[in-house]
Design a protein around this ligand. Structure first.
Ligand code: GCB
Length: 600
């Protein structure tokens, strides 16, 4: 190979370095996209399934400059073009591909997506192409030109495309790749379905050239003042920004300085809480741009082993939830599906939900907030990710940053979780301590947590002394008494002690049952067995003085390729209190009784 050619190839390859390598405070995501003028790119997209990445690499495994992203069409009958989006299969966006085509059920690899659309530009506007989530790696092309990449399956990303749009016909192509890789976040082993595809909505969002891009508006830590900042894209220092909360009769003006307009408002808002999830309309104005959000105000803190909401102790009566659709399975794709899951959690008597094991959609978070659920939100730092790999850290940090960027104005979120069930070790401790510090740097108003599954046996029973306990504000414990360890009958007498004077949440307890399977309480997979696990675990939890909440595993049965047992699991983790078809198992009512009768 000639040197000049190899340099060019290297440059080409290195231009695919994931964006998360860059240092920045918040990600540059537009805040509150629902309030923006936008065109939906949802609906049917043309797809080409490409397990060999033939549309990307040539036969010498070099990236090609005329790959499928060119969306080439035959010009004459003698042309050789071995793909054609216009005659290909189609699937729905938003949506996972696994549940839309039988042959894609277990598929992990590349699928090319293409959508045609029409656009007429307005003067003085900027246009963003915004993806709410693509699992896992996305390379995005507009009209045949690569515009950027994104890594991580559960957070949004955007590209400013104003100059790349044509008047009239346009097309966007996305190379989506959900291959599991050892260095990814999550890594290769996970207990949920690796749903691939453009799993959440896609929009073209237009804004004035100078526009409000981001803001943070919250009660300040330990104060009754509403505090925040606003950033203005293409603005300059000296620009005026106005923030108003009409219901509180507040209106303040601020000026952009060093890129941000900061403000503080003395106010006495009605505080957001589960029994009264009060949200206020807040309007921000600058120059020609104006945006309105609905924002709640509350404080959250800890005092010894207690969690305080608005200064008062609160017990978190929760349930863990995967972002899996009721009745049809696959990824949740609508507000209605979010509301069904949340309504079930309401019926269960919950005031709290753990959104496992990755950031759920903004719709889910906003609907939960309106319904009065306190939220634990989490990134997929799960099990055995590569704690000694710098790129893995950069990736995890980027997912954390994008999660906090998107949801920092949601009062319902009390906790950011940095990890789930990670094995003890020095590299892991450094990795997660750094992530926890990072989360605090981005947002000092919320608590940091992680779900641990390590404990030792001491005189006082199970002893929580995982060194990660130092780095978090709230300790989550996953423990499957009666399922993975011990018989259910043993659980009532299990005692817990902690080396930390911090609140503990039982972030997971539970066991599996196939809905409709009945038998004795000693027979696995029966509803009676699962109910017994709940009964005895609830007794165990009553004895934990430093317990400040729980989120048993899990609201609804969910797909997992770790669960092959025929006639019982059939690719589902059966620890749901409700089957994927919406049928409530006995254990649902055991937990509901506990929530409705105790800890009010
Ligand atoms: C866990 C994991 C969760 C699994 C669950 C199980 O501890 O955190 O992702 O699905 O156990 O069912 O084994």
């Amino acid at each position: 190979m000639k040197p000049i050619k190899s340099v060019l190839i290297l440059l080409f390859i290195s231009s695919f370095t994931p964006l998360f390598a860059q240092e920045r405070e918040f990600s540059d995501l537009l805040q509150n996209i629902d309030a923006r003028e936008k065109v939906s790119l949802n609906g049917l997209w043309d797809i080409i399934i490409d397990p060999l990445e033939n549309g990307y690499y040539n036969h010498r495994l070099q990236p090609m400059d005329n790959g499928y992203f060119k969306n080439a069409k035959m010009q004459s009958p003698s042309d050789l073009i071995e793909y054609n989006f216009d005659t290909s299969d189609q699937i729905m966006v938003p949506g996972d591909w696994n549940t839309q085509m039988e042959k894609l059920y277990y598929y992990e690899g590349t699928v090319w997506y293409k959508k045609d659309f029409n656009y007429t530009a307005k003067t003085n506007e900027l246009v963003y192409l915004y993806f709410e989530a693509v699992n896992y790696e996305a390379i995005v092309y507009l009209n045949g030109e690569r515009i950027g990449t994104h890594t991580g399956g559960y957070t949004p990303f955007q590209f400013e495309v104003t100059d790349k749009l044509k008047e009239g016909d346009n097309f966007v192509v996305v190379k989506v790749d959900n291959k599991r890789k050892r260095e990814n976040v999550p890594t290769v082993n996970q207990d949920w379905w690796n749903y691939g595809g453009i799993t959440r909505s896609v929009h073209l969002i237009s804004t004035p050239k100078t526009h409000i891009s981001d803001y943070s508006i919250q009660l300040a830590k330990g104060s009754t003042n509403i505090q925040g900042w606003v950033t203005v894209e293409n603005g300059s220092d000296g620009d005026n920004v106005e923030i108003s909360i009409p219901e509180l009769r507040k209106n303040v003006k601020s000026v952009v300085k060093n890129g941000k307009a900061s403000f503080s408002i003395k106010a006495k808002p009605t505080l957001w809480e589960p029994k009264n999830p009060k949200l206020y309309e807040v309007t921000i104005k600058t120059g020609t741009d104006e945006i309105t959000d609905t924002i709640g105000f509350r404080t959250v803190s800890t005092q010894g082993s207690k969690i305080l909401l608005n200064g008062k102790e609160i017990f978190l009566k929760g349930i863990s939830i995967h972002e899996e659709a009721p009745f049809k399975t696959g990824r949740v794709t609508s507000k209605e599906e979010c509301r069904i899951l949340l309504q079930w959690a309401k019926e269960l008597g919950c005031n709290y939900i753990r959104l496992a094991h990755y950031p759920h959609s903004e719709t889910m978070v906003r609907e939960a907030e309106k319904m009065g659920f306190m939220i634990w939100s989490e990134i997929p730092v799960y099990w055995t990710i590569l704690f000694d790999n710098k790129d893995t850290y950069a990736n995890a940090k980027n997912q954390l940053t994008e999660m906090i960027s998107r949801d920092k104005n949601r009062a319902a979120i009390l906790m950011w979780s940095v990890a789930n069930e990670t094995p003890e070790g020095e590299a892991r401790l450094d990795f997660l301590t750094n992530l926890a510090n990072e989360a605090r740097k981005l947002d000092n108003t919320r608590l940091i947590t992680a779900a641990l599954d390590t404990q030792s046996e001491g005189e006082g029973g199970k002893m929580i002394e995982d060194p990660l306990g130092k780095a978090v504000d709230v300790i989550g414990i996953n423990h499957y008494c009666g399922w993975y360890v011990d018989k259910p009958q043993k659980c009532s007498s299990v005692k817990w002690a902690s080396a930390y004077d911090k609140p503990m949440i039982m972030s997971e307890v539970g066991g599996g049952a196939l809905y409709g399977l009945h038998g004795s309480k000693n027979e696995r997979w029966t509803e009676e067995y699962q109910a017994e696990v709940y009964r005895t675990n609830i007794e165990m939890m009553r004895n934990i003085e430093f317990l400040s909440g729980l989120s048993p595993w899990i609201l609804m049965d969910f797909r997992s390729s770790r669960r092959p047992l025929k006639r019982i699991q059939e690719d589902f983790n059966r620890k749901g209190l409700i089957s994927e078809q919406g049928m409530k198992k006995q254990a649902f009512y055991i937990l509901r009784d506990y929530y409705l009768k105790e800890n009010n």
